[in-house]
Design a protein around this ligand. Structure first.
Ligand code: SAH
Ligand code: SF4
Ligand code: F3S
Length: 473
């Protein structure tokens, strides 16, 4: 069935024609042109960079991590917090020097920051070495935009938010060989009051289930064993599609694909996560026993101001429901400290929630004011120093809980999937438990991509350390 948000095939074919044109030009050069891709932000951005990489590979580019050797530098940016933006600006500034050394170098600025009006103006006025800027929703037209940048005089800015697009059939070149990101939907309609994503990625739209299942099958055939379904709110998957489907059905469909692999997903929104999802997970043996369910705050007043659509109590009940159906489920979350006007008592509601739920791990963020969001206009009378004190208190509390949880693994043998090498000589491998906990493992590289038993020997608050039992296989 046709997905109405999908870009017509002839439009994609036009981009393919342009890719062939650039490939010819690349092949006519003495040396293969090189690209350097620098990615910030969430997995959605990582997945977008894999598409950029795929398109560049089809256009005859090789890849480098040396900024001075690169013919094209792509900075795929994130606007979620101010410090993420500052890092990007620091690096963009430094590229003035690489371009001075190599004036033919093309500098591309894309990702979420390329959809923020203030940033677009800043790059236009003060970062004149940026040749091409395009917003996330223009990604599928990258070949055309690059061609214009390479052949026309002047800079190219394609920063409008085109809301409705879903592009199927573009190449992707993935970095790993074991773990793969698989976008199932784009955009966000939730408008949490602090968050910039709905303004940078546009309206929520879902890919057709057949397209997702086909891609999952191809990944499994290629040897991938750990597939993460991506969306800002995977629980609303399917809304707006002409056929009736939802996220629970999608998990079940993917679970039926043959092979030994794990299905993960992120991110779930607590307002839409419920018994149907937990049941689908419990009934699907390939669904990892892990849910990342950001709660953001423990005070009902703050949750309301954040426009999150659930209360403290409702959140805690959902966790209880998930644990009832899957007693061994790993639960992780995100929390924001220092939302405008959050009082000490309200902050302590957050601590209470953490105490009650006992998360396995958590990402803690200091609130960052984002341009154009409703929270930007809220008054804030809490000092930065006070927020920092709260932040550290919360971190200490969570670290102690995480460490306690991790200690329970010591002496146990757990199944892990070895997914990568590491730089630590004593533990040269990285692996994940079914619930997604990181395990630093000893063993040889031939184990990458294998499910095996590992005996956990020690831990800290972030990771487990263990020994691989290959003889048990
Ligand atoms: N769509 C996902 C999360 C996307 S952003 C979800 O809703 O769960 C990842 C995390 O960044 C959020 O969960 C939130 O904790 C944090 N975040 C988003 N905007 C922020 C801001 N303005 N300041 C601080 N943290 C923020
Ligand atoms: Fe941002 Fe909320 Fe959408 Fe997540 S659900 S991306 S926090 S607006
Ligand atoms: Fe950042 Fe955009 Fe992701 S703002 S977190 S890269 S959706």
């Amino acid at each position: 069935m046709k997905n109405k948000a999908e870009i017509p095939a002839n439009e994609i074919e036009k981009q393919r024609d342009i890719m062939r044109k650039i490939l010819e030009a690349s092949q006519a050069r003495q040396a293969k042109p090189l690209a350097y891709i620098d990615t910030y932000g969430c997995q959605q951005n990582v997945s977008d960079s894999e598409k950029i990489q795929g398109m560049l590979a089809e256009m005859g580019y090789g890849f480098t991590t040396d900024e001075f050797a690169a013919d094209i530098i792509v900075i795929n940016t994130c606007a979620i917090r101010e410090n993420a933006e500052n890092r990007v600006f620091g690096n963009i500034g430094a590229l003035v020097h690489t371009k001075k050394k190599k004036p033919t170098q093309t500098i591309v600025f894309c990702g979420c920051m390329a959809a923020v009006p203030e940033t677009i103006e800043k790059v236009r006025e003060s970062h004149k070495h940026v040749d091409l800027m395009f917003s996330p929703n223009a990604l599928w037209r990258f070949p055309e935009l690059l061609h214009r940048t390479l052949t026309e005089k002047g800079r190219v800015f394609e920063t409008a938010i085109d809301d409705s697009a879903i592009a199927e059939g573009l190449p992707a070149k993935r970095d790993g060989t074991v773990k793969a990101w698989l976008p199932i939907m784009y955009g966000c309609d939730n408008y949490c009051s602090y968050c910039i994503v709905p303004y940078t990625r546009g309206r929520e739209r879902s890919r057709a289930p057949q397209a997702i299942v086909e891609e999952a099958k191809a990944l499994i055939k290629d040897g991938y064993k750990d597939i993460t379904l991506l969306g800002q709110n995977v629980n609303s998957y399917g809304a707006g599609l002409s056929e009736k489907t939802n996220f629970a059905s999608l998990i079940k469909m993917i679970n039926e694909i043959e092979g030994q692999f794990l299905i993960r997903f992120m991110t779930s929104h607590p307002k839409d996560a419920g018994v149907e999802l937990f049941q689908a997970m419990a009934q699907s043996e390939k669904a990892a026993r892990h849910i990342h369910l950001p709660f953001q705050a423990g005070s009902d007043r703050i949750l309301k101001l954040m426009n999150r659509g659930y209360t403290h109590e409702e959140y805690v009940e959902k966790i209880a429901m998930a644990r009832k159906l899957m007693p061994d489920i790993i639960i992780t979350s995100d929390v924001i400290v220092g939302f405008p006007g959050e009082t000490q008592a309200e902050f302590e509601d957050t601590l209470r929630l953490i105490e009650k739920v006992q998360f396995d791990a958590m990402f803690t963020f200091l609130y960052s004011k984002r341009p154009g969001t409703p929270a930007e206009k809220l008054e804030d009378n809490v000092t930065r120093a006070e927020k920092q004190v709260r932040f550290e208190r919360l971190l200490d509390m969570q670290n102690a809980i995480s460490e306690e949880k991790h200690k329970k693994y010591i002496g146990k043998s757990v199944q892990v999937l070895v997914d990568d090498r590491s730089h630590d000589e004593r533990y040269p491998l990285r692996a994940r438990t079914n619930g997604g906990r990181l395990v630093h493992l000893n063993g040889t590289e031939d184990l990458i991509g294998r499910f095996l038993q590992a005996e956990i020997t020690h831990c800290n608050s972030w990771a487990l350390y263990g020994e691989a039992h290959t003889n048990a296989l």
